[in-house]
Design a protein around this ligand. Structure first.
Ligand code: C2E
Ligand code: MG
Ligand code: MG
Ligand code: MG
Length: 279
């Protein structure tokens, strides 16, 4: 009886690491079901020019629309999916949803946004990934040059002998590559220059301390300079205040993303941004 009660309480916490095997099994089942039933939805967040606010790209962010719990955020299921291998199917669905929406924007609305999509380390290490992505884009008539694949710095830097060739194969399909959360992990600069990287997304933790902490501003400035020197575009993540935006303008950071500039929202909520960019 006691154990049963404890078990019930655990269901509410929804933390895969603290949950019992049975519960993990049911989470696995529910997530598989959610993928099969396409209960995953994409929200989109603008990436803008910090000077003018003009839309430069949109990042796709997955949510699980659970009929019982409502909108579940990626932190509550992406790591679990990665750990259990479900990420391959989840990632395939995300790519389909991205390609479908990008095609719809172009064909039905005449918008041609550059679109960013997050890919987890395990998906990236699947040797079939580049081919699968390529086929999904072709099936929807999406130009690969309009797609930016975001991989975290740690995923890009680990296992160089394996990841290097995978990234080159990916770039050869015509998509662009972004390093996400740059500065939060351990980057080797000599490795970075040898990877086909088009965009550096500077981890939110640096901007979070701006303008109070001059050292963080100096790091931001250095990364913006590094990106420019390597012919990559720098995106500052996590712009929440006007002071942070002004600092980015002062530092000459070309691209920015954050709640101040645009919150993630469903595709329909991006219409105003897209319309302004198109006119
Ligand atoms: P990320 O790729 O670094 O995405 C940025 C996250 O920061 C998003 O959280 C976004 O809502 C949030 N964010 C944006 N601007 C601000 C801001 O100004 N302040 C603060 N505090 N947060 C901001 P979200 O959507 O919860 O996603 C979290 C992470 O989950 C993503 O981090 C990414 O690593 C992962 N993720 C999201 N979608 C996917 C996906 O389709 N596939 C995979 N493999 N991972 C995904
Ligand atoms: Mg990202
Ligand atoms: Mg990021
Ligand atoms: Mg992040």
């Amino acid at each position: 009886y006691q154990a049963k009660r404890a078990g019930r309480n655990e269901v509410r916490t929804f933390d895969p690491d603290r949950s019992a095997p049975l519960e993990r099994l049911s989470l696995t089942t529910r997530l598989r079901h959610a993928i099969a039933e396409e209960q995953l939805v994409l929200h989109w967040q603008p990436i803008v020019d910090p000077v003018t606010g003009a839309l430069q790209a949109l990042e796709a962010l997955v949510r699980w629309h659970d009929p019982v719990r409502g909108l579940v955020m990626p932190a509550d299921f992406v790591p679990f999916a990665e750990e259990t291998g479900i990420i391959d199917r989840l990632g395939a669905l995300v790519l389909q949803l991205v390609a479908r929406q990008r095609a719809r924007w172009q064909q039905a609305d005449g918008f041609e946004p550059t679109v960013h999509v997050n890919v987890s380390p395990r998906e990236l290490r699947n040797p079939a990934f580049a081919d699968r992505l390529s086929r999904t884009l072709t099936a929807h008539g999406v130009d690969p040059a309009t797609i930016v694949i975001e991989i975290t710095e740690s995923a890009a830097m680990q296992d160089p002998a394996r990841v290097g060739p995978l990234l080159h194969a990916l770039a050869a399909t015509g998509v662009q590559i972004a390093i996400d959360d740059f500065g939060a992990g351990h980057s080797s600069l000599s490795r970075l220059v040898n990877l086909p990287v088009h965009v550096l997304k500077i981890d939110r933790s640096f901007l979070a301390k701006v303008p109070a902490d001059p050292a963080s501003a100096a790091v931001l400035q250095a990364v913006v300079g590094l990106a420019g020197a390597l012919e990559m575009r720098a995106v500052a993540e996590g712009v929440e205040t006007r002071a942070q935006r002004e600092e980015l303008v002062r530092l000459g950071c070309p691209l920015a993303q954050g709640f101040l500039l645009g919150r993630p929202g469903p595709a329909v909520a991006m219409r105003a941004h897209l319309q302004r960019a198109a006119s």
